[in-house]
Design a protein around this ligand. Sequence first.
Ligand SMILES: Cc1cc2nc3c(=O)[nH]c(=O)nc-3n(C[C@H](O)[C@H](O)[C@H](O)COP(=O)(O)O)c2cc1C
Length: 217
Amino acid sequence: MKKIVAFNGSARKNGNTQFLLNSFLEGAEKSGADFDKIDAHKINLDYCNGCLRCNLIKRCSIRGDEWNDLSLKILESDVLVFATPIYFHHVSGQLKKIIDRFRSFVHVQITESGLKHTPHVEWDKDFVLLLSLGSSSNEDAQPVIELFKYMVEILGSKNRLHVITATRLGVTKQVIKTEDELVALYPKLGLSQNLVEGDFQKNQQILTECFKLGEKI
Ligand SMILES: Cc1cc2nc3c(=O)[nH]c(=O)nc-3n(C[C@H](O)[C@H](O)[C@H](O)COP(=O)(O)O)c2cc1C
């Protein structure tokens, strides 16, 4: 049975990110996977303090927060899901706080030609990135995609990255709204109603894509 650790990086109630993640997890559940869903804004986690002791002791030295339990779950998982709204071209702050703690999984050495990363254990995992953004193009999500390409690479040569992006989503529940609801909403957002038919289909397709990826993985 596949084990999934899924991070929800949105604190917004009924946020679009959650619907992408829920669709993914419904698909995963259908194929019998076991999952832990973690709301990034709710867990008790300190910031990485940059002590770099992880280079020596191969684990994070911070004690008294939830990282110890969480890091064990992460290490045991087959699939890691990161669902986040795009905030200022990046992941949400609460998700970044978790990502920085991933530093403790890798030995880092400064060399003349740049940083050399060696994972304490070579991972062989699927990384899934589910991104919700307000912009009409994927451009604002590129820094996040680059970050994850880098993470996947430094944590093990066999890791795989899967990315799904959902654009032009501004208000809560937008990704699950009916065509009629979008017709009423778009003028309020200053968007042309001509966009509705295509956007409705796109939203449905994205939710299906999330479900199918969860099912496949
Ligand atoms: C603080 C903040 C920063 C944002 N920055 C961007 C951005 O840089 N690019 C973009 O396309 N959307 C941006 N957005 C819009 C959200 O990414 C978008 O509405 C997303 O669908 C929200 O997801 P949620 O409903 O799960 O919270 C921003 C929203 C907030 C609140």
